[in-house]
Ligand binder design. Structure first.
Ligand SMILES: *Cc1c(COP(=O)(O)O)cnc(C)c1O
Length: 362
């Protein structure tokens, strides 16, 4: 077997033990004689899978009983519409957005169709290399919610802490940081994430939403996207992404049993990020692209400052088994996405490789 260190921003690497277990039971899940992907979504076995996935997620994130967990499709991108459709009743209802990168900008633009949407702050002036100051004075009184993206996948920044909103409900995109660090769910009205960064394969999107935001969708909201419809039917309004849910269940078991939960994962993630940032700070060839205090633990962009040298590095890294490390075109250079399943050893070997490259190319 030839496994590489996959630094893809998403879909991203998964724990090898999860892949091996999924492989071992690919044709016969729990003596059913069927694959988990062949099970009826109405079968007891699948009902157990989805219930267990929810239970594991609730335990991992300490999700209180007054929050519903929805397993949906359409990615975080569909929730860019789903959230305003469910949270804004009238077209004059207000919601404010902080734009700190590509995804929060898409969320902001998409929301314009559904209400009175305002840009509260942005870090576009410096190509999103920092997180702007967020405090109640920049949020409109009466706003139904403030939308933020906690970790910016493309630009590699994250909030240092959950911002103070002065009582305005907070809606938070945690697609690229869910389960990577502890979150106090009660600080948010709604948290949402697509799975393919930290939770499993693509095809699954998780929405964690407080009870009292459910049941108020705009009349034209498609039934599928109405949080109440999905909550009442326990995410089985129609056929859910069954196999993606199954793999997410295995990832959550891995997180609990092999890692020791989110707090332990966070410590490992701090350690992993420190290995690469530590080197970037001392290197004379490579440098990070974002302001230090807002550095992401999950996505680390870096450049040499020389396009040809970046390309040479990417090609040599690929050949050495460090794949998908090219940066997003909006930043250029390289980006190492080091989600939960990326082992510490992956960072150690990447930095060794970068040191060698620096020696050879100075
Ligand atoms: C990947 C990502 C998205 C989009 O997810 P899709 O599943 O492609 O819709 C949204 N927000 C953030 C922060 C992301 O990292």
């Amino acid at each position: 077997m030839n496994r590489v260190y996959n630094f893809s921003a998403g879909p991203a690497c998964l724990p090898l033990s999860v892949l091996e277990q999924a492989g071992a039971e690919i044709a016969d899940y729990k003596n059913s004689g069927m694959s988990a992907m062949e099970l009826s979504h109405r079968s007891i076995l699948f009902e157990e899978i989805i219930a267990r996935t929810e239970e594991l997620l609730r335990a991992a994130m300490n999700i209180p009983d007054n929050y519903k967990v929805l397993f949906l499709q359409g990615g975080a991108s569909l929730q860019f519409s789903g959230i305003p459709m469910n949270l804004l009743q009238n077209d004059t209802d207000k919601a404010d957005y902080i734009v700190t990168g590509r995804w929060s900008n898409m969320a902001y633009e998409e929301a314009q169709r559904y209400g009175d949407i305002k840009l509260a702050a942005s870090s576009k002036d410096r190509n999103y290399c920092y997180i702007p100051e967020v405090n109640p004075s920049i949020i409109r009184p009466g706003a139904k919610y403030l939308h933020i993206c906690y970790n910016n996948t493309v630009f590699g920044t994250r909030y240092k802490e959950v911002p103070e909103t002065g009582g305005v409900p907070l809606v938070t995109d945690v697609s690229s940081c869910i389960l990577s660090q502890p979150f106090d769910v009660t600080q948010h009205a709604l948290l949402y994430a697509s799975a393919q960064k930290n939770m499993g394969p693509s095809g699954l999107t998780v929405v964690i939403v407080r009870d009292d935001y459910i049941g108020k969708a705009k009349p034209y909201t498609p039934s599928y996207m109405d949080f109440k419809v999905q909550a009442d039917l326990e995410s089985i309004y129609n056929t859910p992404p069954c196999y993606s849910v199954y793999v997410a269940m295995r990832v959550l078991e891995w997180l609990r049993d092999e890692i020791g939960g989110v707090d332990a994962m966070y410590q490992i993630n701090l350690e992993k990020a420190a290995i690469l940032y530590g080197y970037l700070d001392e290197s004379k060839l490579f440098k990070g692209t974002v302001d230090r205090e807002y550095r992401s633990l999950m996505n680390i962009p870096f450049v040499t400052g020389n396009k040809a040298l970046d390309e040479k590095f990417i090609a040599e890294a690929e050949a050495a088994g460090f794949t998908t490390i090219e940066g997003h075109r909006q930043v250029g250079g390289m980006r190492a996405s080091i989600y939960n399943p990326m082992p510490v050893q992956g960072l150690v070997e990447l930095v060794d490789f970068m040191k060698k490259f620096e020696m050879e190319n100075r």
